[in-house]
Write a new protein. Sequence first.
Length: 229
Amino acid sequence: MNEPDMKSQGYLLLVEDDPAIQARNKALLDEKQHPLRQALTLAAASSIIAAEGMPRAIILDVMLPDGNGFDFLLKLRETSNVPVLMLTAEDTQEDILRGLTAGGDYYLTKPCPPAIFLSHVEALLRRSALLPEIVVLGPIKCEPSSGKAFVNNEEIVLSQKEFALLLQFVSHPGKILLATDLYKKVWGQEMFPEEYSLSSAIYRLRKKLSDSGYTITSEYKEGYILEQG
């Protein structure tokens, strides 16, 4: 039997340094026939991503021999929206909030019943399946799975918030996007009066699109629009 082509199908990345938990979760995922890569350290996880490309989803422990998963996730979120399940023994309310604030999609504490673990993995995979591979508008190209964006085939460096904003604009060209809606979608909360994070991010994004032939313009008291010009 041929081995699955992980690069073409997409793979799950399991980052866990406990051999027993690693083996148990591998067996559960193998039973569901999910292509899998395993890493015992954050360095190994980074090497796998560099070689294989971004996975469909990541199952991430927190306490690892060469660092903690919170910092790894924060760094990852600078360039990628890949779905992440935090699976860890760190179970205080502060730990859970830290994991979700860092960009985790779900947070489970160990030991976790197999059915609960698999249900969360399937939820991650459903979320990754909803992400289009590429969104293109003229010379602007966005890759939601990797969090990368390009203008004229040259990558532009964006923060996670800038990328999320660009994806909204490229998906709705020529349409006025309300500031309050943009803020809620990208920041995940209601926009308060005198909040300048959105306008600052759009100012930076506008500069980075200067060679695209498109610009983001403000609509007084309404929002913003991406249009040619």
